[in-house]
Design a protein around this ligand. Structure first.
Ligand code: AP5
Ligand code: MG
Length: 220
């Protein structure tokens, strides 16, 4: 199964992708995580993407598509994956369809996690992520068991440099201008599933699994 998780910054794509990937035994491909790891390691890719990320802008399509295509070649993607943060433009959505078609696969569903802007700001303002495995936490809604330590890998938690109020404003602007057309791209293809994202983490995960089981899609 090949799934796409869509939603604004802070909607819970990373949180839900990790849960769904584990439940359905799928690989989790997060473009933002791949870029942050490259920046952390100081690779050539990291040097290219850092400035865009710091400004809250999208990394150019050709760079992003190349990174995802390479990741898709890894053996854990053979039977399926959950894309988190990709595609972010219609150009990327088309490239993903082509990349999967050349492997004899296709996107099954695109899940749109809908969350109001006020809630997005609260979520991003209180987010901490693991510097190692990138797992997201929230100081109020999903704190780690031990302060500042990742439950999953024991890594140290840190705040994302693009979670400052100024960069969050820019990321939201970019999302509404460049990424919302991707919703229509999947809606036209009868693959879009809309899920209410204001509920708790477990309830949203249940709603996603239910929607996948019932095969419900958003009206065109
Ligand atoms: P990316 O890392 O993808 O960031 P984003 O899309 O802005 O999304 P976030 O990761 O901020 O939010 P999320 O939806 O994953 O929420 P999360 O689960 O963490 O991209 C970063 C940058 O990389 C971009 O700005 C761009 O520069 C570049 N980039 C990445 N992909 C690209 C692409 N395809 N093309 C071009 N450039 C690209 O949850 C947020 C918080 O809320 C957490 O604290 C969490 O614990 C909490 N939370 C989650 N769910 C709930 C819930 N149901 N109730 C209460 N709290 C919750
Ligand atoms: Mg994320």
């Amino acid at each position: 199964m090949f799934l796409v998780l869509l939603g604004a910054p802070g909607a819970g794509k990373g949180t839900q992708a990790a849960i769904i990937a584990q439940r359905l035994d799928l690989a989790h491909i997060a473009s933002g995580d791949l870029f942050r790891q490259a920046v952390e390691k100081g690779t050539k890719l990291g040097q290219v993407v850092k400035d865009y990320m710091d400004k809250g802008l999208l990394v150019p399509d050709e760079v992003t598509i190349q990174v995802i295509s390479e990741r898709l070649n890894e053996p854990d993607c053979e039977t399926g994956c959950v894309f988190d943060g990709f595609p972010r433009t219609v150009e990327q959505a088309r490239a993903l369809d082509e990349a999967l078609a050349s492997r004899g696969k296709a996107i099954d569903k695109a899940i749109y996690i809908e969350v109001a802007e006020e809630e997005l700001l609260k979520r991003l303002g209180g987010r901490w992520i693991c510097g190692g495995c990138q797992a997201p936490y929230h100081e109020i809604t999903s704190p780690p068991k031990v302060a500042k330590i990742c439950d999953k890998c024991g890594g140290k938690l840190q705040q994302r440099s693009d979670d400052t109020p100024e960069t969050v404003r820019e990321r939201l602007k970019v999302y509404f201008a460049q990424t919302t057309p991707v919703l229509d791209y999947y809606r036209r293809d009868s693959k879009l599933v809309e899920v209410e994202g204001k509920l708790g983490i477990e309830e949203v995960a249940e709603a996603i699994v239910d929607a996948l089981e019932t095969g419900s899609v958003a009206a065109k």
